[in-house]
Design a protein around this ligand. Structure first.
Ligand SMILES: *[C@@H]1O[C@H](CO)[C@@H](O)[C@H](O)[C@H]1NC(C)=O
Ligand SMILES: *[C@@H]1O[C@H](CO)[C@@H](O)[C@H](O)[C@H]1NC(C)=O
Ligand SMILES: *[C@@H]1O[C@H](CO)[C@@H](O)[C@H](O)[C@H]1NC(C)=O
Ligand SMILES: *[C@@H]1O[C@H](CO)[C@@H](O)[C@H](O)[C@H]1NC(C)=O
Ligand SMILES: *[C@@H]1O[C@H](CO)[C@@H](O)[C@H](O)[C@H]1NC(C)=O
Ligand SMILES: *[C@@H]1O[C@H](CO)[C@@H](O)[C@H](O)[C@H]1NC(C)=O
Length: 456
């Protein structure tokens, strides 16, 4: 280019220079816009409702003041340009610190330049929990800690506060309005059932007439069943759960002795995928079942095509399975759909594992600082890799760190009713799942924040 510009014909050079300048200014403005005015939730691609399959760049969710500013907001805070400026959290006019030092976030408009929702801290908030313990009929026994005899309540009073922005205050009615005519589906293992029940409770709490929400078959949520559809009559929408422990296909084989043993086909999507197709918004997870005990120690279990590997590494199997999932998403999802992957939720077993006497009993406070995640789980790295390689812009809910602080949030011994029992057995504590109300409520707030940030 330089040689062209320095050519001897000035009457041609000037327009050319002009063009190049225009070009450079355009590029500059474009990249500045991308950096400043958008909310980057996670590094994959563009707005899920409007993805550009060709380009891989950070997932960009446009901020829209109408969605992010609640209607009753003080007019001072409205930014007529439609863009809400990001400010350091401490100087935020929306943050009121009262005399006893507890922070009250009045409104939540502060989505500005890049907000990484996953980096932040838990702050105490007396307005929490979002629904009262005991008020929600969808919490199954395993997560119903207060009813089961847990007496401390502080673990329900924490709100996730990202470092760079404020999450919009959860508004169940607005959530349902955004779901109108749609199907939202959570697909995964019991951790996703945990999140599912939380979401049902958060939405149920807002309904003036509770009988306008029901499971369409009349099912009650238990561990045993793998499919639920809750209908919200006034919003013509459903919130569904499909159990799929591995996202890929479980099967059986008959061994030499005529016994049937479980297998897992890493290259085939789970049978329930036919149901996934019908959803508009999907939230996936898998991970907690990829441990040796549940995968037959990798012996004669993992399968590709017709071949069953005599021995196979579970982590590599996880990678292959997720790739199978990724391919399925790329093939079957279009730009009308929104797909989340909810990342690894931290467990807190002291002095053992889930099946060998590990405990979290008596934890009543989150980890405040310092001791954060030391080793980022290899499975999360795999998820990131797979999502990077995908064409479809999956939104990663990176809850690994925020859950890592919450050693206080697990059922521990309160996964079943222990009131009236003199000596509580601590043989097997649940330090993986979460009490409800509790930590998964915050994951659903992140989903709400994502929806609020992008709908127009
Ligand atoms: C609105 O946002 C623009 C762009 O960030 C900023 O220049 C302006 O000062 C803001 N106005 C108000 C009232 O905050
Ligand atoms: C602290 O602030 C909270 C929130 O305003 C309030 O509910 C509580 O009563 C206050 N506690 C004290 C001791 O002032
Ligand atoms: C738990 O057990 C106590 C005592 O046996 C009983 O009174 C209570 O109703 C039980 N709670 C639930 C939720 O089943
Ligand atoms: C309810 O939503 C479905 C799409 O999920 C749509 O086909 C149907 O027309 C809607 N019904 C009403 C009464 O709005
Ligand atoms: C609540 O909804 C049910 C089912 O639609 C209806 O039969 C009932 O009359 C409603 N109750 C009130 C108080 O509106
Ligand atoms: C997810 O969170 C962890 C812990 O904060 C962090 O190390 C990792 O980079 C995050 N991943 C992404 C893709 O943001």
């Amino acid at each position: 280019m330089a040689t062209i510009i320095t050519s001897r014909t000035p009457h041609k050079t000037l327009p050319l220079i002009f063009l190049i300048l225009v070009f450079l200014v355009t590029i500059f403005l474009f990249s500045k816009r991308t950096l400043d005015l958008h909310l980057s939730i996670y590094t994959t691609t563009t707005n899920p409702f409007n993805p550009d399959p060709q380009i891989h760049k950070p997932l960009i969710l446009e901020t829209n003041s109408n969605d992010l500013q609640p209607v009753d907001d003080d007019s001072v805070l409205k930014n007529q340009t439609g863009i809400v400026d990001s400010e350091p959290v401490d100087e935020n006019p929306l943050l009121q610190t009262n005399s006893n030092g507890s922070e009250l976030v009045k409104k939540s408009v502060n989505w500005g330049r890049k907000c990484n929702m996953h980096s932040g801290k838990w702050v105490r908030d007396e307005r929490y929990p979002i629904y009262k313990p005991g008020s929600c009929p969808f919490v199954d026994e395993a997560f119903d800690c207060q009813a089961n005899g847990r007496s401390d309540e502080d673990y329900m009073k924490w709100r996730w506060q990202p470092d760079q922005c404020h999450l919009p205050r959860f508004d169940a009615t607005d959530f349902l309005v955004k779901l109108r005519g749609k199907r939202l589906m959570l697909v995964g293992d019991s951790m996703n059932r945990n999140q599912y029940e939380s979401l049902l409770c958060m939405l149920y709490d807002s309904l003036p007439n509770k009988s306008k929400m029901y499971e369409i078959h009349g099912y009650k949520i238990t561990k045993g069943r793998g499919y639920y559809v809750f209908k919200f009559e006034d919003y013509n929408c459903t919130v569904e759960f499909v159990r799929s422990h591995f996202l890929v296909r479980e099967g059986t084989r008959i061994n030499g002795q005529g016994n049937s043993n479980p297998t897992l086909a890493m290259d085939k999507i789970d049978k329930s995928a036919e149901r996934w197709k019908r959803a508009d918004i999907l939230v996936f997870n898998t991970g907690h079942w990829w441990v040796h005990g549940k995968t037959s120690r990798g012996k004669n279990y993992f399968k590709e095509g017709d071949y069953i590997y005599p021995k196979f590494d579970a982590v590599e199997a996880f990678r292959r399975a997720l790739k199978t999932w990724g391919k399925w998403i790329d093939k079957n999802m279009n730009q009308e759909k929104l797909v989340f992957y909810r990342g690894y939720s931290s467990a807190h077993f002291r002095g053992g594992e889930w099946d060998s006497g590990g405990t979290c009993h008596g934890e009543a406070e989150p980890i405040k600082s310092g001791r954060i995640i030391e080793t980022y789980p290899p499975k999360m790295k795999i998820i990131e890799e797979v999502i990077q390689e995908m064409r479809f812009p999956v939104v990663l809910l990176n809850v690994t760190r925020l859950t890592n602080f919450r050693k206080d949030g697990h059922p521990s011994v309160y996964g079943k009713n222990v009131t009236g029992i003199k000596k509580v057995s601590t043989k097997r504590e649940d330090c993986s799942h979460w009490c409800l109300p509790g930590v998964p409520d915050a994951w659903n707030e992140l989903i709400y924040a994502t929806l609020a940030a992008q709908t127009n």
